[in-house]
Design a protein. Structure first.
Length: 166
């Protein structure tokens, strides 16, 4: 596998993440039919929160020294319990199907110990395939699929490395 590095993005790297988010939302627009704004960008209104709010974690991914994606993780509280969620996850097309996404996702799960929820929309078939394979490889048989009101998709729930062999 190529040399891949996941690291927390500094405030100075916010413009880089902002640019990568444009690529991500562009890719995603195939499924959600989103349009660009008057400036010709999609935008991501909550990006600043990742450097301001507690429990928000921005990550960049580099492969062989080149930017290859990002991940945004948040801590939320559901029914009084802390849950980690993958808010956004993006691997550039050039680096897909090489095991990089799964490698990085597993690093994220290991970094934040506890309960995880990964939500995937039904209409995003490539993401459904990726997350199903990735979570099954990580959690083995120790995950659940939750039903959430008003969510049209799957929500995988599992504990980080509770049952997995290292």
């Amino acid at each position: 596998m190529k040399e891949t590095l996941l690291y927390e993005a500094s405030i100075d790297e916010k413009p880089i993440l902002k640019n990568l988010l444009e690529l991500y939302v562009y890719d995603f627009s195939e499924f959600n039919q989103m349009d660009v704004n008057a400036e010709g960008t999609f935008g991501y209104p909550s990006l600043d929160a990742y450097w301001i709010q507690e429990g928000y974690y921005p990550f960049l991914i580099k492969t062989n020294g080149h930017l290859s994606g990002f991940a945004l993780v948040k801590e939320v509280f559901e029914d009084g319990a802390k849950v980690f969620v993958v808010a956004e996850f993006f691997v550039m097309r050039k680096y897909r199907t090489k095991g990089i996404g799964q490698f990085v996702a597993h690093q994220l799960f290991d970094r934040f110990r506890g309960l995880w929820h990964v939500s995937v929309r039904n209409y995003n078939k490539p993401a459904l395939i990726f997350w199903d394979k990735t979570i099954k490889a990580y959690a083995l048989d120790h995950y659940k699929i939750l039903q959430k009101p008003l969510w049209e998709g799957l929500v995988y729930a599992f504990e980080s490395r509770t049952y997995c062999v290292e």
